[in-house]
Ligand binder design. Structure first.
Ligand code: PLP
Ligand code: COI
Length: 355
């Protein structure tokens, strides 16, 4: 294993922590330290925990032109004096899969996890205490070689930054309203939709902005080919509760393999629910909303955990989901996952790892 350099910011130069983390906009406050490591000549080198600071990059760095960059998102939670991570090994695995898709070097899984744990340990005072808050962790890997030719970089930077956060949506754990994107698409078969890479988020900005302008929180993406089947909701995976089944779109090559999605699938099957990964057409959802077969819909992802969907707006008409509130099963998943993450509930899966 490589030696990890540590250069701590003097205590008197450290930042003050937000007085009310729940009122801070998501991802706008950063801690004192970051992890970074460089790659060149075929090798990772200089792993380092030092001050959080601006990067020095050539304006020709490949990531700035051709988007050769991937990232992750996970959270650290506090229980009294102890700090825990939720399934961090899965994020590192996915970071490496995204890196492979974008022709980037992968990280040694153990080293990536150990260095991440070390950084969180150093910054543990930044992990907030109040319910609904956590320390959001953003590992990022970018191609930094200065070169305008379109090809994979030979030089990379991997870094990890940390941000104390409250709820992702201003609504908190409350129903959000969603506009169904019937013109724009997020990802097509054969593209990069399964990678957590920058271009996917750039592709979503216009539809997301149009939805916000129309008063909606996020968009629901349909498949690029037929504009018929549900894919994801904003930056979350989606689940639909029918009267006799709970369903989520399959990992068919265009959607991100969410760790929260995987957790919901596992919990649902342990609860004995009839859970399926299958294609769900928008027509099935719309007619199910009209005749009452669709009971609840929710999005799920690390940032929001579970986001109940209260309204769906499709082709100029708003449709209320169930009674428009938080459905009982959505609430049950939220309570279970938050309970496991916060240590209030038993973790039969070994998902929670102490830092
Ligand atoms: N889909 C997209 C596009 C995402 O960016 C995310 C967030 O990481 C998810 C789904 C949910 O994934 P996870 O549950 O691993 O956070
Ligand atoms: C999620 O955790 O659901 C996300 O997609 C994170 C987002 C800030 C990109």
């Amino acid at each position: 294993m490589m030696d990890l350099g540590i250069d701590l910011v003097p205590v008197e130069k450290r930042k003050s922590k937000p007085a009310d983390v729940l009122s801070v906009a998501f991802g706008t406050v950063f801690t004192d330290h970051m992890f970074s490591m460089n790659y060149s000549n075929g090798k990772w080198k200089n792993p380092m925990i030092g001050a959080f600071q601006s990067l020095s990059l050539s304006p020709a760095a490949l990531v700035l032109h051709y988007g050769q960059g991937v990232f992750e998102g996970l959270k650290a939670y506090r229980r009294g004096e102890r700090v825990f991570l939720f399934r961090p090994d899965k994020n590192i695995e996915r970071l490496n899969l995204s890196a492979e898709r974008m022709v980037m070097p992968t990280l040694d899984n153990d080293f990536a996890l150990q260095s991440l744990k070390k950084l969180i340990h150093i910054e543990r005072d930044w992990v907030p205490q109040v319910p609904g808050s956590s320390l959001y962790i953003r590992p990022t890997l970018i191609g930094v070689e200065p070169k305008l030719g379109v090809r994979p970089s030979t030089e990379y930077l991997y870094y990890v930054i940390l941000s104390p956060v409250g709820p992702y949506f201003k609504e908190g754990f409350n129903p959000v309203s969603i506009m169904i994107a019937d013109r724009h698409v997020r990802a097509a078969q054969g593209g990069i939709g399964t990678a957590k890479t920058m271009g996917n988020y750039a592709a979503g900005l216009l539809a997301g902005t149009e939805a916000n302008r129309a008063g909606y929180s996020q968009v629901l993406w349909l498949d690029a080919h037929e504009r018929k089947y549900l894919e994801e909701v904003g930056t979350m995976n989606i689940f639909v509760m029918f009267d006799d089944e709970i369903a989520t779109p399959p990992l068919g090559g265009t959607i991100l393999s969410g760790i929260t999605r995987d957790s919901v699938l596992q919990i649902a099957s342990d609860w004995g629910l009839n859970v399926k990964e299958r294609r769900i057409s928008i027509d099935e959802v719309m007619s199910g909303l009209k005749d009452g077969k669709v009971k609840e819909i929710f999005g799920c992802g690390t940032a929001a955990i579970i986001a109940p969907i209260g309204t769906l707006h499709y082709k100029d008409t708003p449709y209320t989901v169930g009674a428009g509130g938080i459905g009982p099963t959505t609430q049950k998943f939220y309570d279970e996952i938050v309970g496991i993450q916060s240590g209030e509930r038993e973790d039969p899966y070994g998902w929670v790892i102490e830092v």
